[in-house]
Design a binder for this molecule. Structure first.
Ligand code: NAP
Length: 260
């Protein structure tokens, strides 16, 4: 399917690996010029080159911490008025909520809520003026189905979802959409590091811990990052202009609700 966004520009935050990288690659395949981002220069440049080679798209790597004002400025210096913004960031580590200090809680809220809102503030008016804009926020299945130990992540992301729900309606008439994609268990470094912790804690092999985790998913497997990236690219497409304020859960059937 031609997504109808060839020649558009995108900033994809936190995209040197994992889900962000898959979103950047899928947008590049659709002919979008992408700014990719991460803090580790070597990893980021390798990923940028990989996307360039695979798609022929214009790919600009920006080494920056997206949670900081300087990092955000560096992203916009590379692409002043993006047509597409994919908000993504690292997630906080597993921790019992009793152990969270005030500074850690504030950092988590900045990473998974405030940063995305700041970026939306920067892109939204030019998008409205051009009468095209697509904003996708990568949040988490834990927004719908909480996971003990990821309470800070769930809370900050649920706050982002509620905050932007009203904003989405206020710009819908200008062909600017704001949606959320909620990953379940995707096979990325973040998932693998969680499985490694479980394996060590229980004294079992990584393979056994991974198999146990996959068995809890109705699809009986982890998601592939590319499956996530293509769903994100569709929400950024010309065809998705009537989809806004939605939470798309991609979890292989884990969430047991009938109506979502
Ligand atoms: N994988 C899953 O199944 C799953 C499930 C639920 C939620 N999520 C959430 O989805 C998001 C992406 O997960 P993932 O699995 O793709 O993670 P990942 O494989 O660990 O990749 C994270 C990416 O974000 C970059 N990054 C992290 N912090 C950054 C920062 N402050 N500034 C700029 N770049 C930053 C990393 O590069 P650098 O480290 O070099 O900066 C890397 O490219 C996370 O918030 C995660 O919690 C994932």
């Amino acid at each position: 399917m031609d997504l109808g966004i060839r020649g558009r520009t995108a900033i994809v935050c936190a995209s040197s690996q994992g889900l962000g990288l898959a979103c950047a690659r899928a947008l590049a395949e659709a002919g979008v010029s992408v700014v990719v981002n991460g803090r580790n220069r070597a990893v980021l440049e390798r990923s940028a080159e990989e996307i360039r080679k695979a798609t022929g798209a214009d790919v600009t790597p920006v080494v920056a911490d997206v949670s900081t004002p300087e990092g955000q400025e560096a992203l916009f210096a590379a692409c002043r008025t993006p047509d597409i913004l994919v908000n993504n960031n690292g997630g906080p580590p597993f921790r019992d909520f009793r152990e969270l200090g005030r500074a850690q809680m504030i950092d988590g809220v900045i990473a998974n809520m405030v940063t995305a809102i700041e970026l939306v503030q920067k892109v939204i008016d030019p998008m409205v003026r051009r009468r095209f804009g697509r904003i996708v926020n990568i949040t988490s299945g834990s927004v719908k189905m909480p996971l003990a130990g990821l309470d800070l992540s769930s809370g900050a992301r649920a706050g982002l979802t509620a905050f932007l729900a009203g904003v989405a309606r206020s710009v819908a008439a200008s062909n600017v959409t704001i949606n959320f994609v909620l990953p379940g268990t995707f096979d990325t470094d973040r998932l693998r590091s969680g499985i490694e912790i479980t394996a060590k804690r229980r004294g079992i092999s990584m393979e056994a811990a991974a198999a146990e985790r996959a068995a809890t998913v109705p699809a009986k497997r982890f998601g592939e990052a590319d499956e996530f990236g293509h769903a994100c690219a569709f929400l950024c497409s010309a065809h998705a202009g009537y989809i806004t304020g939605q939470n798309l859960l991609i979890d292989g059937g884990v969430f047991p609700g009938t109506l979502g």
